[in-house]
Design a protein around this ligand. Structure first.
Ligand code: HEC
Length: 474
């Protein structure tokens, strides 16, 4: 929040917040080929002329296409497009500020922890390119060098799914109290247990759909919650409102479809209901009916390992009202199994400040699993490791989470602050990180042959304890 205020100042200083001057006129070099070779030549304070050829058409447009337009385009989740030269020129100072401070593209994991897949962060060179372009007056460049417009398909990109699911009817959120979190129950009606290898989410109203989380329900709990709440789905904030029996991952803008490595599968018990939580963002000022879809693809090959999730969680904390840096911890000292860790999903609510999850190896060495130093409730998700982590039998887990439950936290849901405990509501807190893993080492060509079909039939991963992993098959 504090950062946003700084950015508003940037807008004001550069005058680009003003809606009355949509087109920059005199403050940048005229565009077009007539400018010849002088375009982009600048004299540095030292006096030496430096030829800089960075322009919108030759470099900056490409960075915006690759790194920004998943959200900053017509109908995208960001409040303005960054597609045309005018778009970029109008926001040049804010763009530079947001990329230099690494607030955009949004990515909340610390780089010092682990390399994550789908990390959208700009390289140092891309940030420098944008900075130099702005310093040089943000020239347009030669229109002939402009890359073709990037297209963003609104169709299944990971192939036609075996089981396409959709919300039962279109849902139009009511933003009168801010953002809306809603859960939709989608029956699978499958008659046997299945292994899932691919999950793709297709948001309907992209300008509103901020993120999606997929839970599984093998009971009638979600349907009962749905029946009690008028309209499609039911209100749900921090979680789906029932005891979890499993999940199928999630989606945020820019995520690719989730495809498990060969040989791994997620269990989809027969007749389970997929409960889809959608966060609708009020920020774009757009209101339209949404039908978000989920495409599920089943395993074609035998599965060697079940991809499953277990949490490290503290549900018994009390965060005193007024505390601005309150630490909640949890640890699992000894896990009696070796695992291959693929992903981590840290989760807190609105007073969360930072969270770290660490593994301790049997020899005492520490491995960072997740470090979100500046928690932002609106930018959360599942992080997949670039290289899955091997944790040997006897490893331990520890979690540290910090909360700001003071009046100084503009996101505090209570004014005046109240003591906060575990719960599903907007005014409650959570302290949890889900680990996505398989038992045993990675599936290799050798182990695939040896272990063919060693996996037991899918078991709905109930809230099993880490300790229960002992004795389970690799
Ligand atoms: C994953 C979606 C996403 C991506 C990718 C993304 N943005 Fe944004 N951007 C947003 C949203 C949403 C906002 C509105 C503020 C917010 O919700 O945090 C925003 C706001 C901004 C702002 C205004 C700052 C403010 O707080 O008002 C600038 C400038 C910006 N983005 C630039 C960029 C640039 C440059 C890139 C690429 C290098 C980029 N963004 C990539 C979603 C995105």
């Amino acid at each position: 929040m504090k950062l946003r205020r700084i950015v508003s100042v940037v807008f004001l200083v550069s005058g680009i917040a003003s809606a009355e001057s949509p087109r920059p006129v005199a403050s940048h070099p005229p565009t077009g080929a007539s400018q010849g070779g002088a375009r982009g030549a600048v004299i540095l304070p030292g006096g030496s002329p430096v030829k800089s050829r960075i322009s919108f058409t030759n470099e900056v447009s490409r960075i915006l296409q690759d790194r920004c337009q998943t959200c900053h385009r017509a109908g995208g989740i960001a409040p303005f497009p960054l597609v045309t030269y005018e778009d970029a020129f109008n926001f040049r100072d804010a763009i530079r500020y947001m990329v230099e401070t690494r607030q955009m593209p949004p990515f909340k994991q610390s780089k010092a922890c682990q390399s994550m897949k789908d990390d959208p962060s700009l390289s140092a060179k891309e940030i420098e390119t944008i900075g130099r372009w702005v310093s040089n007056g943000a020239p347009e460049g030669n229109p002939a060098e402009m890359p073709p417009a990037k297209s963003f398909p609104d169709i299944w990109t990971a192939g036609t799914p075996d089981l396409p699911l959709a919300m039962p009817q279109p849902f139009t959120p009511d933003f009168s109290n801010g953002d809306v979190y809603r859960c939709f129950v989608m029956p699978t009606s499958t008659t046997e247990d299945k292994w899932v290898t691919k999950v793709e989410v297709l948001p309907g109203a992209r300008a509103m759909v901020h993120h999606v989380l997929l839970y599984l329900d093998t009971t009638s709990a979600a349907e009962e919650l749905d029946a009690r709440d008028p309209g499609p789905g039911y209100a749900c904030f921090g979680g789906p409102g029932f005891t979890l029996t499993g999940g199928l991952g999630g989606w945020a803008p820019g995520n690719k479809p989730m495809e498990l490595p060969n040989g791994l599968g997620m269990s989809l018990p027969k007749a389970a209901k997929v409960v889809m939580q959608v966060h609708y963002s009020a920020r774009g000022g757009i209101l339209e009916p949404d039908v978000t879809q989920v495409g599920i693809t089943y395993a074609r090959e035998p599965i060697q390992r079940e991809y499953r999730a277990l949490p490290i969680v503290n549900q018994t904390f009390r965060i005193p009202a007024g505390e601005s840096n309150f630490l909640v911890t949890q640890s699992v000292p000894f896990v009696p199994a070796s695992i291959t860790l693929y992903s981590i999903t840290p989760h807190m609510h609105l007073t969360g400040k930072a969270m770290q999850v660490e593994a301790t190896l049997p020899g005492g060495a520490k491995v960072c699993l997740s470090n979100v130093p500046a928690w932002d409730f609106r930018w959360q998700g599942t992080y997949f490791y670039e290289t899955p982590l091997q944790l040997p039998i006897g490893f331990g887990l520890s979690l540290k989470a910090w909360y700001d439950n003071s009046t100084g936290n503009p996101n505090n849901p209570h004014s005046p602050p109240r003591d906060l405990t575990w719960g599903e509501e907007t005014g409650d807190e959570m302290c949890i990180a889900f680990l996505g893993f398989t038992l045993g080492g990675p599936v290799t060509a050798a182990s695939a042959d040896a272990d063919l079909a060693v996996v037991e039939p899918p078991v709905p991963s109930k809230a099993k304890d880490w300790a229960d992993l002992a004795g389970q098959r690799e």
